[in-house]
Design a protein around this ligand. Structure first.
Ligand SMILES: Nc1nc2c(ncn2[C@@H]2O[C@H](COP(=O)(O)OP(=O)(O)OP(=O)(O)O)[C@@H](O)[C@H]2O)c(=O)[nH]1
Length: 482
């Protein structure tokens, strides 16, 4: 199953008061906007718009992930953080204000549009979310462009010497490409993949190949630097999308796009802002933005497919009532554990657990109550086990456990603890009525895991279980081994 881990921001904010959390979030937001704007300003040719402007997409992503930042104080502080680097680098106060407001228009429009799609914070996880990203970025870039064409033009008419339409195209594509390339980094959650059981060291070079191919193709694109350069990294990016997680693909796509953008914008530095050079940059930016959608979509489809496969695998190996391994899953994992215990010459313990007089629970309280007893019983036993122990439901009210590297006394002690935990557990079976059940356990322990089928070990434990039942139930019996 794919499990999403906590974001860095969530970890920083954990355990603090709400006010304290808001203060930390606002400070981090200001630092982010300030740093990203400063970086953008350094890529800005003299008297012109920046070649790379990640600040807006970063701020939008942050506001979407931490919605309480969308607060009057948040907007005001963000405006100041936009203006500060401009002023520190000798910018005109009025122009810095107009640019800051225009940047906020992108962020506010994006946040509003995402909220129209869904009240929940968006995540880049499905192909539909890539389409949503495109629509939001087009609309936000359009509104930001309108603001730029009015507010900024009024403050710095010289920026518009190359003509209104060209400037509109330049502004729009700049916001669009930065949005499509940067925003996914803020909207993708880390995926923790469940191990498939394959060797971890499996072909490290093979794992690195897509990334290496991408580096080579980006290098080729930079060296050739022609109109077709944008397409050169596409096959390698698609390979990365099929091979790595969505988050890694998002990172590779962003890095590739930023390299391509700075290469193309680098050509602008020192050039006259001729209509021809602006045309090239506008079309290149559009191309980069739209090309980036390909790997993002493939990564989302691939990750949704992997998640589905993992879900199927889970369903195929787990009992739907108790959520522990079913008979097939238990045998597959148990046999694997037995094999590794045998290779390590480690001791192994196998237990068979059977709830006592379970038939009478069904007969007296009904099948639903019996099901609840089974669920709670499974949870109780599971809570006594370690991560590597294998526990499953092997029959109706019969369960089994296999443990590696445990000595005889510890195995017996654990089984005794299971008896007492189960006997303590109360299960509601009717209104104002709870029920306690007991369990009998047959335990087979080997000082060194035998090269045996799991079936045989279970049969040994089963014979011990039979004696536990015959001996009065609610007890553990140790198998007498040859
Ligand atoms: N509620 C419920 N009952 C189940 C399920 N699977 C099996 N059972 C019941 O479990 C009972 C097992 O009863 P028996 O094998 O006679 O054993 P017991 O009553 O526990 O008696 P001892 O094992 O000898 O202590 C049967 O009544 C089955 O119908 C299930 O998924 N849900």
């Amino acid at each position: 199953m794919t499990i999403y881990s906590k974001s860095a921001m969530t970890r920083i904010l954990a355990g603090r008061s709400k006010r304290h959390q808001l203060l930390i979030s606002l400070t981090l937001m200001m630092l982010l906007v300030f740093g990203a704007s400063l970086f953008g300003i350094l890529t800005r040719p003299y008297g012109f718009l920046a070649a790379l402007w990640p600040a807006n997409a970063l701020l939008l992503g942050l506001m979407l992930r931490v919605p309480r930042l969308q607060h009057p104080a948040g907007w005001l502080l963000a405006l100041l953080a936009y203006m500060a680097p401009d002023l520190l680098t000798g910018g005109e106060p009025l122009l810095a204000f107009a640019l800051g407001l225009t940047n906020l228009v992108f962020v506010a429009a994006g946040a509003l549009l995402y909220r129209l799609f869904s009240p929940d914070p968006p995540a880049l996880a499905t192909p539909a979310s890539v389409l949503q990203l495109l629509l939001v970025c087009i609309a936000a870039a359009f509104f930001s462009m309108l603001s730029g064409m009015t507010l900024v033009r009024w403050c710095a008419p010289e920026w518009f010497a190359s003509g209104l339409w060209h400037m509109a195209g330049f502004w729009f594509t700049s916001e669009l490409v930065n949005g499509i390339v940067i925003l996914p980094m803020m909207l993708t959650r880390a995926e923790r993949r469940v191990s498939t059981g394959k060797a971890v060291s499996q072909d490290r070079l093979g794992h690195a190949l897509p990334a290496l191919a991408l580096m080579v193709s980006v290098l080729m694109a930079v060296i050739l630097n022609g109109p077709g350069s944008i397409g050169i990294p596409v096959p390698a990016l698609l390979w990365c999308a099929l091979h790595y997680s969505t988050r890694a693909t998002v990172f590779f796509t962003a890095a590739t796009s930023l390299v391509l953008m700075s290469t193309i914008s680098g050509d602008l530095q020192g050039l006259e802002q001729s209509e021809a050079s602006l045309d090239v940059i506008i079309s290149a930016r559009l191309g980069i933005a739209l090309v980036a959608l390909g790997p993002l979509t493939v990564a989302c489809i691939n990750s949704a497919r992997n998640e589905l496969l993992q879900r199927f695998e889970y369903l195929a190996n787990h009992d739907h009532l108790t959520a522990v391994l079913d008979r097939g899953g238990f045998f597959a994992r148990g046999q694997h554990l037995l094999g590794s215990a045998n290779s390590a010459r480690a001791p192994v313990a196998v237990m068979v657990l059977d709830i006592d007089h379970f038939k009478s629970v069904n007969d007296r309280y009904g099948h639903a109550a019996g099901d609840e007893v089974l669920r709670r019983f499974a949870q109780t036993i599971d809570a006594t086990l370690r991560k590597n122990d294998v526990f499953g439901r092997t029959g109706g009210e019969e369960f089994a456990v296999i443990l590696e590297g445990i000595n005889r006394d510890s195995a017996l002690g654990l089984a005794e603890r299971m008896l007492s935990e189960v006997a303590r557990q109360e299960t509601p079976v009717a209104e104002n009525q709870t029920l306690r059940v007991t369990v009998s356990i047959g335990l087979a322990w080997h000082a060194q895991a035998p090269l045996n089928e799991l079936d045989n070990l279970l049969a040994e434990a089963d014979r011990a279980l039979y004696r536990a039942k015959a001996g009065g139930r609610n007890r553990v019996e140790l198998a007498e081994l040859a």
